[in-house]
Design a protein around this ligand. Structure first.
Ligand code: AP5
Ligand code: MG
Length: 177
């Protein structure tokens, strides 16, 4: 199964992908974690992507597509978290492989802001959160219609306990009845 998790910052993508990936033994590719690891190790790539991440801007598509291609190679099953985030990335992904399902985790703005402010990651500062939400609406939200028109989008209500949301995702993916 090749699945993409889509949703605003703070929707719970990372939380849910971790659970589904370990429960069903499906490899996960978490773009934010890959980029943060480059930043933390101070690599050349890390120095470049840091400038975008700390402002809540998207890292350029060419860089992201190179990274994803390397990670997807040889896998016939995976979960993608945080990729694709632009139409251009979605089209790049199609050239590499075919996606079976896109899980869209729907959470209102007020709730994601509350969650992110409570967490406090490097990019969880109020003004950066606002920018991440703005960038999400401009560049990533169009992917919802894009995948819906392809007939592979499933919408999941992301408000509720972590276990409740996991149950909704498992049913949406036909993993349990
Ligand atoms: P990324 O790391 O992907 O961050 P994000 O999309 O902003 O989302 P988060 O990771 O903050 O939220 P999440 O949906 O994973 O929720 P989580 O489970 O953590 O990207 C960071 C940056 O990297 C981007 O801004 C960009 O610069 C760059 N980047 C990444 N991918 C890129 C790409 N493809 N192209 C270009 N640039 C890219 O949960 C959030 C919090 O809520 C946690 O504290 C959690 O414990 C809590 N929580 C989770 N579920 C619930 C629940 N049900 N109820 C209450 N609290 C909950
Ligand atoms: Mg995440």
């Amino acid at each position: 199964m090749k699945v993409v998790f889509l949703g605003p910052p703070g929707a719970g993508k990372g939380t849910q992908v971790e659970i589904i990936s370990s429960r069903y033994n499906i490899p996960k590719i978490v773009m934010g974690d890959i980029l943060r690891s480059e930043v933390n190790r101070g690599t050349e790539l890390g120095k470049i992507v840091r400038q975008y991440m700390e402002k809540g801007e998207l890292v350029p598509d060419e860089i992201i597509l190179q990274i994803i291609e390397k990670h997807i190679k040889g896998l016939d099953s995976f979960i993608l978290d945080g990729f694709p985030r632009t139409l251009n990335q979605a089209k790049g992904l199609e050239k590499i492989t075919k996606i079976d399902r896109v899980v869209y985790i729907d959470v209102p703005d007020e709730e994601v802001k509350r969650r992110l402010l409570a967490r406090g990651r490097m990019d969880d500062k109020p003004e950066v959160i606002e920018n991440r939400l703005r960038v999400y609406k401009e560049q990533t939200q169009p992917l919802i219609d894009y995948y819906e028109s392809k007939g592979i989008l499933v919408r999941v209500d992301g408000v509720g306990s972590v276990e409740e949301v996991t149950g909704r995702i498992e049913r949406a993916l036909g993993l349990k009845g």
